[in-house]
Design a protein around this ligand. Structure first.
Ligand SMILES: Cc1cc2nc3c(=O)[nH]c(=O)nc-3n(C[C@H](O)[C@H](O)[C@H](O)COP(=O)(O)O)c2cc1C
Length: 355
């Protein structure tokens, strides 16, 4: 029986616990560079007791950014900007992951202050790309990638992963969820290609499988590789759980170590009824049917709830997002609530006492 504060090992990385910070866009990068905001923000989770801090969706090429304020790891200079955060987390025994992303047809937006409106060329935006020239709701029509351009993307993902490992990241996660490029490829709703990267299940999943396989081959044996997927499009004719189980089996074979199970993001008006732990059953089904470790995410806010998910074998680890924005020391709080004795950073230790 697993528990929240049990260590967890994937390849040569041991996480001190199973509470992980879910990747969250901060819209605070400048020209793709992370900076002081990220240092303080990510540092707060590192001191807050998370076993792993996963950096937000980070584009493998500049045009893969979701917004003009999203980070990229397009070259060594951009990669080096993460180093102070990685070093700081490591001094607290916290593993650092990076979510490698390409936004595809949902790229090129402005900041929250501009209500995430489309960034036109004159406002720092760019032409978005996608498997097919099918626009996402409210977005401009994307450029349909050529077969050659797709093959170059595999190379871009690999180069980004290698840079990430070189700068010190412990874990690589491929972002293939939430309606971004790799999800656009595997969902029949966004991919109507007729070449090798479209058509049937095999064709539509080809790009993600190639990316995962190529990254696995180029990063060190000991570095865990995770993939975040959307396990369902939440509509009848879209991607579904059966597809996700099949995909997870294939990803396991090419060397993926954990499936980070989320849902949605590809259909703007999909009928999603979110409630506490609503995505957990998808993580459980994939864990059982594809026999691969999974993480659960989505409206997991209470320590007892998270503990129950692990104890009952519904998932292997928990990603916390919004609850961590409210309280970056969520794991420290959880340890007190569950009565589990863990080390706090000495600077915070007096916070345990009430008077
Ligand atoms: C501000 C914000 C930014 C997010 N950015 C990302 C992201 O970069 N990558 C990602 O996979 N999910 C992203 N998400 C989704 C979260 O990682 C998480 O899956 C979702 O919020 C559900 O978990 P929660 O109920 O604990 O918030 C974001 C969520 C929020 C609130």
């Amino acid at each position: 029986m697993n528990a929240l504060f049990d260590p967890f090992t994937l390849r040569s990385v041991t996480f001190k616990n199973r509470i992980w910070l879910s990747p969250m866009c901060q819209y605070s990068a400048v020209d793709g560079f992370v900076g002081q905001w990220h240092e303080v923000h990510l540092g707060s989770f590192a001191t807050g007791g998370f076993g792993m801090v996963m950096v937000e969706a980070t584009a493998v090429v500049p045009e893969g950014r979701i917004s003009v304020g999203c980070p990229s790891i397009e070259d060594e200079e951009h990669a080096l900007a993460f180093k102070p955060m990685i070093d700081f987390a490591h001094t607290h025994g916290v593993k650092m992951g990076i979510q490698l992303a390409h936004a595809g047809r949902k790229a090129s937006t402005l900041l929250p202050a501009d209500n995430h409106a489309i960034a036109t060329l004159d406002r720092g935006g760019w032409q978005a790309v996608a498997p097919s020239a099918i626009a996402y709701h409210g977005y401009p029509e994307p450029h349909e990638l050529t077969t050659l351009e797709i093959k170059l993307l595999v190379r871009d993902f690999v180069a980004a992963a290698v840079r990430a490992v070189e700068v010190g990241f412990d874990v690589i996660e491929i972002h293939a969820a939430h309606g971004y490029l790799l999800h656009q490829f595997y969902s029949p709703l966004a991919n109507t290609r007729t070449d090798e990267y479209g058509g049937d299940f095999e064709g539509r999943t080809r790009l993600l499988v190639e990316v995962a396989q190529a990254i696995r081959q180029e990063i060190p044996e000991g570095v865990p590789l995770m993939v975040r997927i959307s396990a369902t499009d939440w509509v009848d004719n879209g991607w579904n759980l059966i597809d996700s189980i099949e995909l997870s089996r294939i990803l396991k074979v090419v060397g993926v170590d954990l499936i980070d199970v989320s849902t949605g993001g590809n259909v703007h008006n999909a009928p999603i009824t979110a409630s506490p732990g609503f995505q957990v059953p998808f993580a459980t089904a994939i864990r059982v049917e594809a026999e691969i470790p999974t993480s659960a995410v989505g409206m997991i806010t209470e320590p007892e709830q998270a503990q129950y998910i692990l104890e009952s074998g519904e998932a292997d680890a928990i990603f916390i997002a919004r609850a961590a924005l409210r309280n970056p020391r969520w794991p420290l709080m959880a340890s007190e609530k569950l009565g589990v004795k863990i080390d706090w950073p000495f600077q915070l230790d007096r916070g345990r006492t009430l008077r």
